[in-house]
Design a protein around this ligand. Structure first.
Ligand code: KE4
Length: 421
């Protein structure tokens, strides 16, 4: 029953484009009315009609501890009482930057911003400022937020430029963005040899999670590390999803490949709006006010968001066993899906990230991901939703497992998945 969600959705559409503040929330890929959420605690979310569901979206990643974690809520509530924002430096920003550097040593210095998009936009500007070069390489199917230069698809002159993938982006803004294919070394080599001294950086999701979960082929990340060194380009790991998710040190620790710059978001803010970009000192010292690369933000590092981020990272640091726990729970889900689907689906898992592709073939890149049967995914989504299991309303997103998902939650979910599949 979703009467109130339906009413709210109609009202929302009067004043908000599509009735949502981010497109994927509109459930357009699955043909259902989006559930308007009233509250969330632990592994559960409750919608405006009072339906309680087990949540595997976890707000697209931040919710690794589960919703409304008491320790985080306590620190945020305390912080609020001392004022919401000062537009001036605070102790917590020092503590958060220090903790990030401790957990992700490649981020000797970092700058807080307010979203993953802003972190990536700033990191790319910095890479261009540091190298004095204009072009960047991204991968088809990887998403790095909605800054103009990254809303591209490979154009006809794929070796030299791209074309916009959104209205409102001037062709000039995407001229310097080159598109390679994930897990395809030759496509990267081709771009570098066609632009030997013009590429400022390669940006990659070390585990792709925006075409559904697609793992890096063995050696792919270290290949990117080597080729960027060879051509004098920077390697940027977009760890907005994988940061503090795959391990306490993110994908760069999990795969033992160290980038020059890293972008973070989601878990770094513990559910509050924080993005981060950072790297080694000699690069970050180019950032204003000490360097020529400008970047700024009114609410960057605000005392409430840093309270949430700090407490979340402190809890993760104090209990690193969480990573093994959530990986095991995710493995249990993955096994249940494979068993129930008997080869009709491809399940990709990395740590506590999981995607069920309605494809009998393996999914290892954008091509194979987009060959999946999205109608069957939509039916799967709707059947789970009707049985109280809330997964991503799109084939090309990930399932997220949190420390709050109990074994009972997992067993119930496995049971429902078996019924549905
Ligand atoms: P935000 O600007 O949405 O905070 O972060 C952009 C971003 C950057 N890099 C990666 C790897 C990301 O996954 C994202 C955002 N992720 C999507 C979910 N796939 C956010 C959900 C949404 O757009 O509503």
């Amino acid at each position: 029953m979703d009467t109130i969600s339906k009413e709210l959705f109609e009202a929302a559409k009067q004043h908000i484009p599509g009735g949502v503040n981010s497109p994927v929330r509109a459930f357009r890929a699955v043909g259902r009315t989006p559930r308007f959420i009233a509250s969330a605690h632990g592994s559960r979310i409750t919608d405006a009609d009072g339906n309680e569901m087990i949540d595997y979206v976890c707000s697209w990643g931040p919710g690794i501890l589960g919703h409304a974690h008491p320790g985080v809520i306590e620190k945020v509530t305390e912080a609020c009482k001392d004022g919401l924002t000062f537009g001036a430096p605070t102790r917590r920003e020092v503590e958060l930057a220090k903790l990030i550097a401790e957990l992700m040593p490649s981020m000797e210095m970092s700058r807080l911003v307010n979203s993953g998009t802003e972190a990536v936009m700033s990191a790319i500007r910095l890479a261009r400022g540091y190298t004095g070069r204009d072009k960047i390489i991204k991968f088809k199917g990887c998403y790095h937020g909605h800054s103009d230069g990254l809303l591209v698809k490979a154009g006809s002159g794929a070796l030299t430029s791209s074309i916009p993938d959104s209205a409102g982006v001037p062709a000039d803004y995407t001229r310097n963005t080159l598109v390679a294919l994930y897990n395809d070394k030759a496509s990267v080599e081709e771009l570098f040899s066609a632009n030997p001294d013009r590429i400022a950086a390669v940006i990659v999701e070390p585990v792709a999670a925006n075409m559904g979960v697609v793992l890096p082929a063995p050696g792919f990340l270290s290949f990117l590390r080597d080729i960027t060194v060879k051509y004098g380009a920077l390697l940027i790991f977009d760890e907005v999803i994988t940061g503090f998710r795959l391990s306490l040190g993110g994908a760069q620790e999990y795969y033992h490949v160290t980038p020059d710059l890293t972008t973070l978001g989601k878990i770094a803010g513990g559910g509050m709006p924080i993005g981060v970009y950072g790297g080694r000192r000699e690069i970050m010292e180019l950032v204003s006010p000490i360097g020529p690369v400008y970047q700024a933000g009114t609410l960057s590092g605000n005392p409430v968001a840093t309270a949430a981020g700090l407490q979340t990272l402190r809890i993760l640091k104090e209990d690193p066993g969480i990573y093994q726990r959530i990986e095991k729970k995710t493995e249990r889900l993955a096994d249940a899906v494979r068993e129930a689907a008997e080869g009709r689906v491809c399940v990709n898992q990395a740590g506590s990230l999981l995607s069920v592709f309605f494809s009998e073939a393996g999914v290892t890149d954008y091509e194979s991901a987009t060959a999946s049967d999205t109608d069957r995914y939509a039916a799967y989504f709707g059947s789970l939703l009707d049985r109280g299991i809330y997964v991503a309303p799109s084939q090309f997103e990930a399932m997220f497992v949190s420390d709050a998902h109990t074994d009972a939650d997992i067993e119930f979910t496995c049971q429902v998945i078996k019924e549905v599949l």
